[in-house]
Design a protein around this ligand. Structure first.
Ligand SMILES: Cc1ncc(COP(=O)(O)O)c(C=O)c1O
Length: 404
């Protein structure tokens, strides 16, 4: 057999993935998957769209389409992005096969082996996987409750020249936080003239739980970013369904031109079928109705989890209550390993994702992520109780080990 490429030679099944295989028992309560709720998908609206679709549009849906996207969807989406203050007149919009594809295309466009890529620590596992695949030298910049630690970023920029900085300012996966306005302004100031591509991933923009959180969701790209090269990505996955496999990229013309050529070689175009439906979904006004419905439901789930955490977690477990999105990010006492707690929790019937999964360097493990998006609401309290008991057991036995 020929040698594997350098890209895949270092890929291994992670310890977590192996543990997760044990967690497929139907009685296990899962806080692991970062996906929307199966019961919330807008099935009736999509049925209506398909049943009432003009025959000519149906034919288009079956056909290949332009690489940059189905033209009517591009127009509809431009209007939507314009309403968020995004610069759709000066930048070019491309539909991608999920926003993960947009990150992949940008990886191919900008990263040579060994290039320094900065991410938040923790960061989205899909982004980390892309940067690893392009053999980037990935460095994590710590995330605080209101955004990146800018002192550490400034220190790095004094001595190093990263190619790219990848950030998720709204309802972060996995950290659940939202960047403050001050941090957004300072970040853009810090990057001014530095020749670093700022990649803003805004997959959770619409999933705010209050007006106060909504006000903070203004994208970095909608702010004054003179002299900062930026690309903005978004997704239909959390506002319609990940099965559509539709995302988008808003990029300056020169970046867009190369991205289009790259996408031609990957999949020629994103599925026309789902693009046609997504376009009708927005044009018929279903998107706003649907968003109002899911924001309420996810806020209720977040509240249930917050209550359960307050009730069951030992005092030295810390977290920030999220203002939107799908996730709680919890900090364990120093020296406690989330993997040990996971093993015990799986035995007793609850599963989550450990912190080191989201650490670009795969080290820091006294954190873990709980998703509240896709389990029975009635199971939230029970599942949190199981995890809290596993933590209490670990904390007690680690104290015993130190003193004995
Ligand atoms: C932060 C973030 N970015 C991007 C994605 C990928 O989304 P898509 O389904 O559009 O590829 C996800 C999915 O969970 C995510 O959490």
């Amino acid at each position: 057999m020929p040698y594997f490429s350098q890209t895949v030679q270092h890929i291994r099944s992670s310890e977590i993935r192996d543990l997760m295989k044990l967690a497929t028992r139907p009685d296990v309560i899962s806080f692991a998957g970062g996906m929307p709720n199966n019961d919330l998908f807008p099935v009736a609206e999509v049925d209506d769209i398909i049943l009432n679709m003009e025959p000519d549009i149906k034919k288009v849906a079956f056909q290949y389409g332009p690489t940059s996207g189905y033209p009517p969807l591009l127009e509809t989406l431009k209007e939507y992005l314009k309403s968020k203050g995004l610069p759709v007149e000066t930048h070019n919009l491309m539909i991608t096969t999920g926003s993960l594809q947009a990150i992949n295309i940008l990886g191919m466009e900008f990263i040579d082996p060994g290039d320094l890529v900065l991410t938040e620590n923790p960061s989205f596992i899909g982004g980390i996987a892309v940067f690893k695949a392009f053999q980037a030298n990935i460095k994590g910049v710590p995330l605080q409750h209101d955004g990146l630690d800018l002192d550490i970023l400034a220190q790095i920029l004094e001595t190093e020249q990263p190619k790219m900085l990848y950030v998720i300012p709204n309802f972060h996966n996995p950290a659940g936080i939202i960047y403050s306005k001050e941090k957004r302004i300072k970040l853009l100031e810090l990057l001014k003239g530095k020749n670093i591509l700022l990649l803003e991933d805004d997959a959770y923009n619409e999933l705010y739980f209050s007006e106060k959180s909504k006000e903070l969701t203004t994208p970095l790209m909608a702010m004054n970013h003179d002299d900062v090269t930026m690309v903005y990505t978004g997704s239909f996955s959390k506002i319609l369904g990940p099965g559509f496999r539709l995302g988008w990229m808003l990029a300056p013309p020169d970046i867009y031109e190369k991205a289009q050529i790259i996408k031609q070689g990957i999949d020629a175009c994103s599925p026309n079928f789902t693009q046609v439906i997504a376009n009708e979904f927005i044009k018929k006004g279903y998107l706003e109705q649907y968003l109002n419905r899911i924001r309420k439901e996810y806020a209720e789930r977040k509240n249930l989890m917050q209550e359960a955490l307050k009730k069951h977690m030992p005092e030295d477990v810390k977290w920030t209550e999220p203002g939107g999105g799908f996730y709680f990010w919890l900090k364990l006492p120093e020296g406690i390993d989330a993997t040990e707690i996971l093993k015990d929790s799986i035995d007793k019937g609850a599963v989550f994702v450990t912190g080191k999964t989201f650490d670009p360097e795969g080290q820091r493990n006294n954190y873990f992520r709980l998703a509240f998006s896709n389990m029975d609401k009635k199971d939230i309290d029970k599942g949190i109780c199981i995890i809290a008991d596993a933590i209490k057991y670990q904390v007690t036995s680690s104290k015993f080990q130190v003193t004995s």
